[in-house]
Design a protein around this ligand. Structure first.
Ligand code: SF4
Length: 437
């Protein structure tokens, strides 16, 4: 066997870059995954599943699947996208930036809507960043400098398991040589989570009252008057946390969907950014969203370079429009506004409301995904592809916007295409149809 080192984990936005994978001499089989957390290791081992779908397949009228070729799948995909007036092209968060860029070329040709998983995740954070900007930093700076860490509405112990050991709570950095003893950890969460159990302070906020507590912290920084209790938290505790944050040398606030998708949405993030700004009057402070899928940040980046907007990009009028609430996937699906659905590298069948999934089921649809997912089950065509970061490399962006090149570890099954290769076939078909029109 041989050992592949410095492997990138293509699962969550932490994008750990220290994995070691032992592979068989012929480079076809993964024998062991080292250094990854349980979720990351499972992703590598999933690629080895014996029941893996290795050929594209088309749903028949009786609901059974029939194997087809990649050429036939590309023809079908190009046809439904070209015939649709407003095709939705959703997902993009579990693939490489290269594949995203090819997909966007198709979207431009067919006048599609390109949206990524931020639409049900950190979209409100992106909107807040448009509003007020973001004082941020890299995870390396957090590891080396941060002595006050806040986790607000997120639970990395479950969602980003190695984040705490690599960057935020435990690692020994240049100015944080005593590891967790160098830092004070504050968790703001209505629930007693596993992350909260590691915290010095667990602020058990009332559900949906994030805006009030963030606002109260800003008052407390200036020693202003507060009511006895804000968002279920006694004022003495708020003053204490405010003093603790101000006394730090370097504060980092990590936040998750507990804030982005609770009452207030993007306004909560506006306020969290304002808290960070205020703190910079006393010390150095930064704020970082806990992005979920390993390359959702990359999808926002690539869309940003190409069209100027990070998600919900509507190209149906021949130029880029952006209006979350109108051009966002669920709003379009719930208003029956799209007439074809293309999904790559994500699973709306698991994450979207039932009514949206029912709408996808009714539409001409294609799901490009190595796994059999609920989305694949409701789609008309399922195209399995190589696992990015396992069977093919490609660029990805970590949650702190640092680009990292992922590595190929083993070969994909014989004859299997990568996302990018399949998208290039679709693009060629689209150009043929458009040329003929
Ligand atoms: Fe992979 Fe995330 Fe686990 Fe790191 S923390 S090994 S990136 S799943």
């Amino acid at each position: 066997s041989k050992l592949v080192t410095d492997v990138i984990c293509p699962f969550c936005g932490t994008l750990c870059d220290d994995l070691e994978v032992e592979v068989s001499d012929d480079g076809k089989q993964i024998l062991e995954v080292r250094n990854a957390c349980a979720i990351g290791a499972t992703k590598f081992l999933h690629s080895q599943a014996s029941d893996r779908i290795i050929r594209p397949r088309m749903k028949q009228d009786d609901g059974t699947w029939k194997d087809i070729s990649y050429a036939e799948a590309a023809k079908y995909t190009a046809k439904i996208l070209c015939e649709a007036k407003k095709p939705l092209m959703y997902g993009w968060s579990s693939t490489s930036c290269e594949a995203q860029a090819t997909g966007h070329m198709i979207a431009e040709q067919v006048g599609g809507i390109v949206d990524n998983t931020a639409t049900v995740c950190h979209g409100p954070s992106l909107i807040a960043v448009h509003d007020v900007g973001i004082p941020s930093c890299t995870l390396g700076e957090v590891k080396n400098r941060a002595d006050r860490i806040v986790f607000w509405g997120c639970n990395p112990a479950h969602a980003h398991p190695r984040h705490m050991s690599r960057y935020s709570i435990f690692p020994r950095g240049y100015f944080t040589g005593k590891g967790s003893k160098s830092r004070k950890i504050i968790v703001v969460d209505p629930r007693p989570t596993d992350t909260a159990s590691l915290a010095d302070y667990h602020i058990q906020i009332e559900q949906g009252r994030d805006y009030e507590l963030l606002d109260a912290l800003r008052v407390a920084f200036k020693n202003g008057p507060l009511p006895d209790v804000v968002a279920g938290v006694p004022k003495d505790k708020i003053y204490e946390v405010a003093r603790l944050l101000k006394s730090g040398r370097f504060v980092t606030i990590f936040f998750g969907m507990g804030v982005t998708h609770s009452l207030g949405k993007n306004h909560n993030i506006d306020e969290a950014i304002a808290v960070t700004r205020d703190l910079n009057e006393y010390t150095k402070a930064s704020i970082i969203p806990m992005r979920g899928h390993y390359n959702v940040t990359g999808s926002g980046q690539v869309l940003g370079w190409q069209f100027g907007f990070p998600f919900c990009v509507d190209l149906s009028r021949g130029f880029a429009r952006y209006n979350p609430g109108e051009t966002s996937s669920n709003d379009l699906l719930l208003r029956n506004e799209v007439d074809a659905c293309f999904v790559l590298g994500s699973d709306p069948g698991s994450h979207f409301p039932n009514k949206s999934v029912q709408e996808i089921y009714k539409l001409p649809s294609v799901c490009i995904d190595p796994h059999i997912t609920p989305t694949a089950a409701v789609s008309k065509c399922h195209v399995p592809v190589a696992f990015v970061g396992v069977e093919v490399g490609g660029s990805c962006y970590r949650m702190d916007n640092v680009p990292i090149e992922s590595r190929k570890v083993v070969d994909p099954p014989a004859g299997m295409l990568t996302d990018d290769e399949f998208l290039k076939l679709v693009l060629a078909e689209v150009m043929t149809i458009k040329g003929a029109a």
